[in-house]
Design a protein around this ligand. Sequence first.
Ligand code: ATP
Length: 257
Amino acid sequence: MIETAGLSVRYGSVEAVAGVEFDARDGAVTGLVGPNGSGKSSLLGAVSGAIRRAGGTIMVGGDDLGSLRPRERAKRLASVAQEEHGEFPLTVWESVLLGRSVHRGGWSSYTPDDKAVAAEAMRRTGITEFAERPLGDLSGGERQRALIARALTQDATHLLLDEPTNHLDVRYQHEILSLVAELPLCTVAVLHDLNLAARYCDRLILLDGGAIAADGDPDKVLRPEVIEPVYRIATRRVDIDGVPQLLFSPLTRDDKS
Ligand SMILES: Nc1ncnc2c1ncn2[C@@H]1O[C@H](COP(=O)(O)OP(=O)(O)OP(=O)(O)O)[C@@H](O)[C@H]1O
Protein backbone atom coordinates (compact mmCIF):
# COMPACT_ATOMS: atom_id res chain seq x y z
CA MET A 1 0.00 0.00 0.00
CA ILE A 2 1.16 3.52 -0.77
CA GLU A 3 -0.30 6.38 1.22
CA THR A 4 0.47 10.06 0.89
CA ALA A 5 -0.76 13.00 2.94
CA GLY A 6 -0.22 16.68 2.22
CA LEU A 7 2.27 15.79 -0.52
CA SER A 8 3.70 18.84 -2.29
CA VAL A 9 6.29 19.29 -5.02
CA ARG A 10 7.61 22.70 -5.98
CA TYR A 11 9.89 23.94 -8.74
CA GLY A 12 10.80 27.45 -7.63
CA SER A 13 7.51 29.33 -7.57
CA VAL A 14 5.61 26.57 -9.43
CA GLU A 15 3.58 24.32 -7.16
CA ALA A 16 3.38 21.19 -9.31
CA VAL A 17 1.73 19.03 -6.62
CA ALA A 18 -0.35 20.86 -4.06
CA GLY A 19 -0.92 18.90 -0.86
CA VAL A 20 -2.15 15.66 -2.40
CA GLU A 21 -3.59 12.87 -0.28
CA PHE A 22 -4.20 9.48 -1.84
CA ASP A 23 -3.72 5.81 -1.20
CA ALA A 24 -3.00 3.02 -3.64
CA ARG A 25 -4.06 -0.46 -2.62
CA ASP A 26 -2.14 -3.72 -2.84
CA GLY A 27 -3.14 -5.99 -5.73
CA ALA A 28 -4.61 -3.09 -7.69
CA VAL A 29 -3.54 -0.78 -10.51
CA THR A 30 -4.07 2.88 -9.65
CA GLY A 31 -3.93 5.14 -12.69
CA LEU A 32 -2.77 8.74 -12.47
CA VAL A 33 -4.44 10.67 -15.27
CA GLY A 34 -4.80 14.35 -16.10
CA PRO A 35 -3.82 16.90 -18.73
CA ASN A 36 -0.28 17.94 -19.61
CA GLY A 37 1.37 19.73 -16.69
CA SER A 38 -1.22 18.56 -14.14
CA GLY A 39 1.49 17.09 -11.90
CA LYS A 40 1.34 13.35 -12.66
CA SER A 41 5.08 12.80 -13.17
CA SER A 42 5.93 15.07 -10.26
CA LEU A 43 3.63 13.10 -7.97
CA LEU A 44 5.01 9.76 -9.15
CA GLY A 45 8.59 11.07 -8.94
CA ALA A 46 8.04 12.19 -5.35
CA VAL A 47 6.68 8.75 -4.43
CA SER A 48 9.67 7.00 -6.07
CA GLY A 49 12.05 9.35 -4.26
CA ALA A 50 13.48 10.67 -7.56
CA ILE A 51 11.99 14.14 -6.96
CA ARG A 52 12.38 15.92 -3.65
CA ARG A 53 9.07 16.72 -2.01
CA ALA A 54 8.47 20.15 -0.55
CA GLY A 55 6.22 18.74 2.16
CA GLY A 56 3.96 15.90 3.23
CA THR A 57 4.40 12.23 4.01
CA ILE A 58 4.76 9.11 1.85
CA MET A 59 4.19 5.70 3.41
CA VAL A 60 5.16 2.57 1.46
CA GLY A 61 4.09 -0.77 2.92
CA GLY A 62 3.37 0.95 6.23
CA ASP A 63 6.77 2.67 6.61
CA ASP A 64 7.79 6.24 5.94
CA LEU A 65 9.70 6.27 2.63
CA GLY A 66 12.36 8.51 4.18
CA SER A 67 13.11 5.96 6.92
CA LEU A 68 13.94 3.12 4.48
CA ARG A 69 17.55 2.28 3.68
CA PRO A 70 18.29 2.21 -0.09
CA ARG A 71 18.31 -1.59 -0.32
CA GLU A 72 15.01 -1.94 1.56
CA ARG A 73 13.53 0.85 -0.55
CA ALA A 74 14.56 -0.98 -3.73
CA LYS A 75 12.92 -4.19 -2.49
CA ARG A 76 9.68 -2.29 -1.97
CA LEU A 77 9.63 0.07 -4.94
CA ALA A 78 10.54 -0.56 -8.57
CA SER A 79 10.00 2.27 -10.99
CA VAL A 80 10.17 2.94 -14.70
CA ALA A 81 10.61 6.64 -15.41
CA GLN A 82 9.36 8.41 -18.52
CA GLU A 83 12.71 8.62 -20.32
CA GLU A 84 15.87 6.94 -19.14
CA HIS A 85 18.75 8.78 -20.74
CA GLY A 86 22.35 7.63 -21.05
CA GLU A 87 24.61 5.67 -23.29
CA PHE A 88 23.20 2.27 -22.38
CA PRO A 89 26.53 0.41 -22.71
CA LEU A 90 24.93 -2.79 -21.35
CA THR A 91 23.26 -5.54 -23.31
CA VAL A 92 19.55 -6.05 -22.74
CA TRP A 93 20.28 -9.21 -20.73
CA GLU A 94 22.81 -7.43 -18.49
CA SER A 95 20.44 -4.53 -17.98
CA VAL A 96 17.49 -6.74 -17.04
CA LEU A 97 19.67 -8.82 -14.71
CA LEU A 98 20.68 -5.61 -12.90
CA GLY A 99 17.16 -5.67 -11.42
CA ARG A 100 18.39 -8.58 -9.23
CA SER A 101 21.27 -6.59 -7.76
CA VAL A 102 19.11 -5.37 -4.85
CA HIS A 103 18.80 -9.00 -3.77
CA ARG A 104 22.56 -9.67 -3.92
CA GLY A 105 25.02 -8.71 -1.19
CA GLY A 106 28.30 -6.95 -2.01
CA TRP A 107 30.07 -8.58 -4.93
CA SER A 108 28.22 -11.88 -4.88
CA SER A 109 27.36 -13.07 -8.36
CA TYR A 110 23.95 -13.79 -9.79
CA THR A 111 22.47 -17.18 -8.92
CA PRO A 112 20.64 -19.51 -11.33
CA ASP A 113 17.41 -18.30 -9.66
CA ASP A 114 18.29 -14.66 -10.46
CA LYS A 115 18.88 -15.61 -14.08
CA ALA A 116 15.60 -17.54 -14.21
CA VAL A 117 13.68 -14.51 -12.86
CA ALA A 118 15.33 -12.23 -15.45
CA ALA A 119 14.69 -14.69 -18.30
CA GLU A 120 11.02 -14.99 -17.30
CA ALA A 121 10.60 -11.17 -17.20
CA MET A 122 12.12 -10.97 -20.68
CA ARG A 123 9.81 -13.66 -21.96
CA ARG A 124 6.74 -11.92 -20.51
CA THR A 125 7.69 -8.58 -22.07
CA GLY A 126 8.56 -10.17 -25.41
CA ILE A 127 12.24 -9.15 -25.53
CA THR A 128 14.03 -12.51 -25.30
CA GLU A 129 15.26 -12.19 -28.89
CA PHE A 130 17.04 -8.92 -28.03
CA ALA A 131 19.05 -10.37 -25.11
CA GLU A 132 22.50 -9.85 -26.64
CA ARG A 133 21.76 -6.47 -28.28
CA PRO A 134 23.05 -3.26 -26.64
CA LEU A 135 20.13 -1.58 -24.89
CA GLY A 136 20.95 1.68 -26.69
CA ASP A 137 20.38 0.06 -30.09
CA LEU A 138 16.76 -0.84 -29.44
CA SER A 139 13.78 1.10 -30.73
CA GLY A 140 11.88 3.26 -28.23
CA GLY A 141 9.20 0.61 -27.71
CA GLU A 142 11.66 -2.27 -27.42
CA ARG A 143 13.70 -0.29 -24.87
CA GLN A 144 10.54 0.54 -22.92
CA ARG A 145 9.77 -3.17 -22.67
CA ALA A 146 13.34 -3.88 -21.53
CA LEU A 147 13.03 -1.26 -18.78
CA ILE A 148 9.75 -2.82 -17.65
CA ALA A 149 11.44 -6.25 -17.66
CA ARG A 150 14.17 -4.87 -15.39
CA ALA A 151 11.55 -3.47 -13.00
CA LEU A 152 9.77 -6.86 -12.92
CA THR A 153 13.12 -8.59 -12.28
CA GLN A 154 13.61 -6.36 -9.24
CA ASP A 155 10.63 -8.26 -7.77
CA ALA A 156 9.51 -5.33 -5.60
CA THR A 157 6.14 -5.19 -3.89
CA HIS A 158 5.23 -1.79 -5.36
CA LEU A 159 5.58 -0.79 -9.00
CA LEU A 160 5.62 2.79 -10.31
CA LEU A 161 5.26 3.32 -14.05
CA ASP A 162 5.42 6.68 -15.80
CA GLU A 163 3.63 6.35 -19.14
CA PRO A 164 4.49 2.66 -19.58
CA THR A 165 2.74 2.54 -22.96
CA ASN A 166 4.75 5.45 -24.37
CA HIS A 167 6.39 4.25 -27.64
CA LEU A 168 4.49 0.95 -27.60
CA ASP A 169 2.49 -0.20 -30.59
CA VAL A 170 -1.16 -1.01 -30.01
CA ARG A 171 -0.56 -4.71 -29.39
CA TYR A 172 2.17 -4.12 -26.80
CA GLN A 173 0.13 -1.38 -25.11
CA HIS A 174 -2.43 -4.07 -24.30
CA GLU A 175 0.11 -6.85 -23.65
CA ILE A 176 2.12 -4.79 -21.17
CA LEU A 177 -0.89 -3.38 -19.34
CA SER A 178 -2.61 -6.75 -19.10
CA LEU A 179 0.63 -8.18 -17.71
CA VAL A 180 0.82 -5.32 -15.19
CA ALA A 181 -2.84 -5.79 -14.23
CA GLU A 182 -2.21 -9.47 -13.44
CA LEU A 183 0.71 -8.77 -11.10
CA PRO A 184 -0.16 -9.13 -7.41
CA LEU A 185 1.49 -5.78 -6.65
CA CYS A 186 0.55 -2.29 -5.64
CA THR A 187 0.96 -0.52 -8.98
CA VAL A 188 0.67 3.19 -9.71
CA ALA A 189 0.84 4.13 -13.39
CA VAL A 190 0.74 7.49 -15.14
CA LEU A 191 -1.37 7.01 -18.26
CA HIS A 192 -2.37 9.47 -20.95
CA ASP A 193 -4.72 7.16 -22.79
CA LEU A 194 -7.98 7.24 -20.85
CA ASN A 195 -9.38 4.27 -22.75
CA LEU A 196 -6.42 2.09 -21.76
CA ALA A 197 -6.78 3.41 -18.21
CA ALA A 198 -10.47 2.41 -18.28
CA ARG A 199 -9.62 -1.13 -19.28
CA TYR A 200 -6.65 -1.87 -17.02
CA CYS A 201 -6.91 0.34 -13.91
CA ASP A 202 -8.95 -0.55 -10.86
CA ARG A 203 -8.96 3.03 -9.74
CA LEU A 204 -8.22 6.41 -11.32
CA ILE A 205 -6.91 9.59 -9.75
CA LEU A 206 -7.56 12.57 -12.01
CA LEU A 207 -5.15 15.43 -11.43
CA ASP A 208 -5.74 19.02 -12.46
CA GLY A 209 -3.36 21.84 -11.58
CA GLY A 210 -1.50 19.69 -9.03
CA ALA A 211 -4.65 18.76 -7.09
CA ILE A 212 -7.05 15.81 -7.24
CA ALA A 213 -10.10 16.64 -9.35
CA ALA A 214 -11.66 13.17 -9.12
CA ASP A 215 -10.82 9.84 -7.50
CA GLY A 216 -12.65 6.57 -7.92
CA ASP A 217 -13.17 3.59 -10.19
CA PRO A 218 -13.10 4.17 -13.97
CA ASP A 219 -16.90 4.14 -14.15
CA LYS A 220 -17.06 7.07 -11.75
CA VAL A 221 -14.17 9.15 -13.12
CA LEU A 222 -14.59 8.61 -16.85
CA ARG A 223 -17.80 10.58 -17.23
CA PRO A 224 -18.15 13.48 -19.67
CA GLU A 225 -19.18 15.83 -16.85
CA VAL A 226 -15.93 15.00 -15.00
CA ILE A 227 -13.56 14.85 -17.99
CA GLU A 228 -14.76 17.81 -20.07
CA PRO A 229 -13.98 20.64 -17.62
CA VAL A 230 -10.54 19.21 -16.84
CA TYR A 231 -9.36 18.43 -20.40
CA ARG A 232 -11.54 21.07 -22.07
CA ILE A 233 -12.62 18.78 -24.86
CA ALA A 234 -16.09 17.58 -25.84
CA THR A 235 -16.44 13.99 -24.63
CA ARG A 236 -18.88 11.17 -25.32
CA ARG A 237 -18.90 7.89 -23.49
CA VAL A 238 -19.86 4.44 -24.72
CA ASP A 239 -19.65 1.30 -22.62
CA ILE A 240 -18.20 -1.72 -24.41
CA ASP A 241 -18.35 -5.08 -22.60
CA GLY A 242 -18.87 -3.14 -19.36
CA VAL A 243 -15.76 -0.98 -19.91
CA PRO A 244 -16.26 2.77 -20.37
CA GLN A 245 -14.64 4.12 -23.52
CA LEU A 246 -14.49 7.80 -24.43
CA LEU A 247 -14.75 9.54 -27.79
CA PHE A 248 -13.45 13.07 -28.15
CA SER A 249 -14.09 15.94 -30.50
CA PRO A 250 -12.62 19.43 -30.57
CA LEU A 251 -14.59 22.17 -28.88
CA THR A 252 -16.54 24.41 -31.23
CA ARG A 253 -16.03 28.16 -31.13
CA ASP A 254 -19.23 28.43 -28.99
CA ASP A 255 -17.94 25.83 -26.49
CA LYS A 256 -14.70 27.76 -26.02
CA SER A 257 -16.30 31.06 -25.19
N1 ATP B 1 12.12 20.62 -13.62
C1 ATP B 1 11.09 21.49 -13.61
N2 ATP B 1 11.30 22.80 -13.42
C2 ATP B 1 10.27 23.69 -13.40
N3 ATP B 1 8.98 23.34 -13.56
C3 ATP B 1 8.72 22.04 -13.77
C4 ATP B 1 9.75 21.04 -13.79
N4 ATP B 1 9.18 19.83 -14.02
C5 ATP B 1 7.85 20.07 -14.11
N5 ATP B 1 7.58 21.38 -13.96
C6 ATP B 1 6.24 22.01 -13.99
O1 ATP B 1 5.46 21.37 -13.01
C7 ATP B 1 4.13 21.17 -13.49
C8 ATP B 1 3.78 19.68 -13.43
O2 ATP B 1 4.64 19.00 -14.35
P1 ATP B 1 4.59 17.41 -14.51
O3 ATP B 1 5.67 17.00 -15.42
O4 ATP B 1 4.54 16.79 -13.16
O5 ATP B 1 3.15 17.23 -15.19
P2 ATP B 1 2.56 15.97 -15.96
O6 ATP B 1 1.12 15.91 -15.57
O7 ATP B 1 3.37 14.76 -15.72
O8 ATP B 1 2.69 16.48 -17.45
P3 ATP B 1 2.78 15.70 -18.87
O9 ATP B 1 1.45 15.06 -19.09
O10 ATP B 1 2.99 16.81 -19.84
O11 ATP B 1 3.92 14.72 -18.81
C9 ATP B 1 4.08 21.79 -14.88
O12 ATP B 1 3.60 23.10 -14.75
C10 ATP B 1 5.54 21.79 -15.31
O13 ATP B 1 5.79 22.86 -16.21
